[in-house]
Design a protein around this ligand. Sequence first.
Ligand SMILES: NC(=O)C1=CN([C@@H]2O[C@H](COP(=O)(O)OP(=O)(O)OC[C@H]3O[C@@H](n4cnc5c(N)ncnc54)[C@H](O)[C@@H]3O)[C@@H](O)[C@H]2O)[C@@H](O)CC1
Ligand SMILES: [K+]
Length: 492
Amino acid sequence: MRTAHTVDTVRRAEAELMARLPEGTLMQRAAAGLTAACAELLRSGSGSGGGRVYGSRVVVLAGSGDNGGDALYAGARLARRGAGVTAVLLAADRAHPGGLAALRAAGGRVADDPFDALDTADLVLDGITGIGGHGGLRPDAVPIARAARGSRAVVVAVDLPSGIEADSGEVPGEALRADLTVVFGTEKPGLLAGPAREYAGTVRLVDIGLGGILPSVPALEALQHLDVAQLLPEPGAASDKYRRGVVGIVAGSARYPGAAVLAVAGALRGGAGAVRYVGHATDAVIARFPEALVHAGPPGKAGRVQSWIVGPGLGDDLDAVAEVLAAPVPVLVDADGLRRLAAEPALLRDRAAPTLLTPHAGEAAALLDTTREEVEAAQLAAVRELATRYGATTLLKGATTLVADPDPRTPVRSNTMGTPWLATAGSGDVLAGLAGSLLAGGLSARDAGSAAAYLHGLAARRAAADGVPVTSYEVADALGRAWRDVRETGGS
Ligand SMILES: NC(=O)C1=CN([C@@H]2O[C@H](COP(=O)(O)OP(=O)(O)OC[C@H]3O[C@@H](n4cnc5c(N)ncnc54)[C@H](O)[C@@H]3O)[C@@H](O)[C@H]2O)[C@@H](O)CC1
Ligand SMILES: [K+]
């Protein structure tokens, strides 16, 4: 599991640890980890260097805080290993004194002209701001950050890409996009939530000894293979199709039969014992999936299910949404179902069984009565607000998918397994089917949503492995392989 803690939590834990250790220990641990990561990058030949630390050209962008201190100390360590290190001081009179002295003592120097230095750099260390940064890059830092990004150098962010907001994942102005982010002690929410996450590149965690001090419940978490493997239902010897769960799907219409087919395709790979389709696309569903149980409607007459999925491709025939939400089983509401809910939130009021909402940014905007742009700029705030306002677990789709429970103390789950290939028609229908199927298998709404998002992303990566565009049907088809992947790595 990847976990992220808020800035306040990190500062409290750091203060507690610092009180027990000689002064400067934490910063030296951070600088040592940073140096190791940079040395590895330089040796691997990333950037324009010759595959060595010795003789490579490193530029340290140092702001006025401890983030700049970390970067300067790492610069000093690289200089001692033979790198030519130049510091660009964003606030010359407030640079970290110890870090600057160490850099000078190791043979590093302060740049006369930042742009000349960046022109020939192999690696740039971004120490402009870390967890103390707010409001995006300052105007004087913007041209320097642009020159760094435009150079041939590999960019390594210290703790966080400068310009992102650590706690909210928002990017209020310009920020410096990194190839690698070396984060200290624990991840910060902005590394697991969009849009900030897209600035971080690969994330590498350096242990500075906060492990035993940080609270065990983080603010955000991201499942990994092993976590997903442990969540997936596994049929036992006593299972029959009803015990494995029957998932009911109300989707598709004469106009959009494909949504029904794709939702059924996702559901059939979610481990449920049977998939019951209800709606106007029975012929299309049966033609593709003879194993599906079909019923023309209404849902109440279709037979028992352990969960319902309602919404994909329903069009304007939305009476079934209220009917399904009145059932005492877990319900996943997607697409057109969410439109109905935005018009009548009271449909959720009397529900005792779990509800999972799966909006994309546009649907989330309608549910929150705001704009898509606002949702995309503040994804973490939006998913939390949706979950509390509607009293339902909410999965907000995007380049980073977030899943929040109504209880704000429950960590938000972030799915970092997505791929841009998933931005294709019908991929949400497959995800809804898969997540609803996991609900029928007995997973909580939060587990079902986050495990489904993970498998869905992994399947898309598998299907797009040779770099060709994938269709949603191919993503559904690759779900079996994704499931096997996590099982094998998960060791179960
Ligand atoms: N204190 C320690 O011993 C440790 C500190 N750590 C490092 O310290 C960082 C936090 O240090 P600070 O609290 O000094 O905070 P930062 O270094 O993130 O930045 C704070 C400084 O930047 C200024 N600032 C804020 N927003 C800005 C912006 N948009 N543009 C330019 N300047 C801006 C502030 O006025 C302040 O002077 C962490 O991110 C981490 O890198 C870690 O190494 C762990 C150990
Ligand atoms: K930084």
